[in-house]
Design a protein around this ligand. Sequence first.
Ligand SMILES: *Cc1c(COP(=O)(O)O)cnc(C)c1O
Length: 397
Amino acid sequence: MTDFAATRARFHIPEGIVYLDGNSLGPMPLAAEARVARMLRAEWGEMLITGWNRAGWMDQPRRVGDRIARLIGAPPGSVVMGDTLSIKVWQALAAALRLNPGRKVILSDTGNFPSDLYMADGLVKLLGDGHALRTVAPEDVAGAIDESVAVLMLTEVDYRTGRLHDMAALTARAHAAGALTVWDLAHSAGAIEVDVTAAGADFAVGCTYKYLNSGPGGPAFIHVAPRHADAALPALSGWLGHEAPFAFDPDYRPGRGVERMRVGTPPVIQLAALEAALDVWDTVDMADVRARSIELSQAFIAGVEAGCPGLDLASPRDPAARGSQVSFRHPDGYAIMQALIARGVIGDFRAPDILRFGLTPLYIGAEDVARAVEVLAGVMANRAWDRPEYHRRAAVT
Ligand SMILES: *Cc1c(COP(=O)(O)O)cnc(C)c1O
């Protein structure tokens, strides 16, 4: 049984803050400070360039990838770290298209995160030989998988509403139609139980700065199913994905397995912060996280619906059909969120009208949920949100 009091004690949450935005940027694990300081002083500072060998920086993307693998049901050796998620989406998509050369269509849904769609669109335009990105409403995806589809590219948990796709069922359907799958686990890894192996996913990608708490700019991960690992070609053929980077061969030869999905020099300082976060994840059972997340979300929904008229649930009501976030709609959602933040309850806003709250059991408990409901009810009851300063849009919402 996961000890959530113990996990909570391992994060820094500023005094007086209820943090319901770990779905966008996880809080700092206390140990990250010392781990990063050690990387700076003892590794970079003292070892200088010898750190690549002596401190194991060069193997870190694979080592850390193995620790992420446990959280997404991937076998060791099938996950590697690097770059940002947008880059990994592009790379997975390019590799999947090449594995299915007779077909031209990338199928996705209109609820997907814009960057995923932009990356697909850019790739399609670059290829310029009849490839196309087709998007349908999330509920229409299953029916739109036909024999023209080369790759089904979906984000498992919708970033706005938290709606959960059935990864296993859609993957089976895609395979039956001769398509490959790229799953984006940005709002899944560390949020819900994920088993890419059981689902038969071909490629999976995700970021680490959301539920996994690696800090702003933390590297992304990519998983390639072992059956594809030696056939999938990395379109971003950087030197660290080469079979022998230090042979400085002018010709590119892809490295073994998922290692070929590496591109350039790894972000070693940021990986140190991620390692500190993964020390906490090592003590956690994802089934416990999921059960607690559902408990907290149900309590939050019940509290908001009882105490905050005017807010409409935008997430699926059935907990089995959503991830670890709960969203409500309101035409003045932006101002309401700013009023909440001013009172120490931090969630975020997603255009056009979504108030989004992440329920993250590692550091959020029932008392935080109760406090958030109470503050939100107060903000709604006296229209405390309707002040000019709360309507003024910041660059990041
Ligand atoms: C957060 C998120 C991203 C962000 O991509 P970056 O390149 O890391 O900025 C991309 N896709 C999805 C689905 C996300 O939720």
